[in-house]
Ligand binder design. Structure first.
Ligand code: ITT
Length: 186
């Protein structure tokens, strides 16, 4: 069993391969881009999945994800990628200077679509809080800033296998994998 995963982010592919292994699903990585509309994660993932499945004429998944910080009115959220490339982790820490409520969530939405069908989406969330400084060299992007709830290590201090046990991506990919493997019914 195989699925096309359309993304330009190699870290996402590494995490997905790890998770899909348990389901016997092989990841075919294609970095062919797709239009990312301005909107909520679910809208972006749905639109992207429809677009690529019709271009490729094959079933595909895409993922839209982000870091949502409560005290910043859930910024950077859908702008996560842009914010990471511009102000980066140091910029986020500056915005969080003297902020006591450090609650944050990572959210991931997997969008699946096969040609000429409606898209299906799967949401995964992990709760946590923002650190006071960057910690760890593992993972990518905001990982060194994020303490998952109940952990004394940031995502940046966890190896892929550990992060994958409970990450937002794990939850979304696992929901998708269960459905794809057992319930899809076609
Ligand atoms: P594709 O759209 O090509 O899949 P991308 O990196 O642009 O790759 P998104 O549009 O989903 O991915 O942007 C999400 C951004 O949110 C991502 O670039 C990171 O900055 C951040 N992000 C998402 N998941 C993350 C994670 O597990 N760890 C750290 N940062 C993450």
């Amino acid at each position: 069993m195989k699925i096309n995963f359309i993304t330009g982010n190699k870290h996402k592919v590494k995490e997905a391969k790890h998770i899909f292994e348990n389901f016997g699903i092989e990841v075919q990585h294609l970095n062919i881009g797709y239009p990312e509309i301005q909107g909520e994660l679910i809208e972006v993932a749905s639109f992207g999945a429809v677009n690529v499945s019709s271009r490729l004429n094959e079933p595909v998944i895409v993922e839209d994800a982000g870091l949502f910080i409560k005290a910043l009115n859930w910024f950077p959220g859908v702008y996560s990628s842009y914010v990471q490339e511009t102000i980066g982790n140091k910029g986020i820490l500056k915005l969080m200077n003297n902020v006591n409520d450090r609650y944050a969530e990572f959210r991931s939405v997997i969008g699946f679509c096969k040609p000429n069908s409606e898209p299906v989406t799967f949401l995964g969330t992990v709760r946590g809080h923002i650190s006071f400084k960057e910690k760890g060299d593992f993972g990518f992007a905001f990982d060194p800033l994020f303490y998952p709830e109940g952990y004394k290590k940031t995502f940046g201090e966890l190896k892929t296998e550990e992060k994958n046990k409970f990450s937002h991506r794990r939850k979304a990919l696992e929901k998708f994998a269960m459905w794809y493997k057992y319930y899809r019914g076609d």
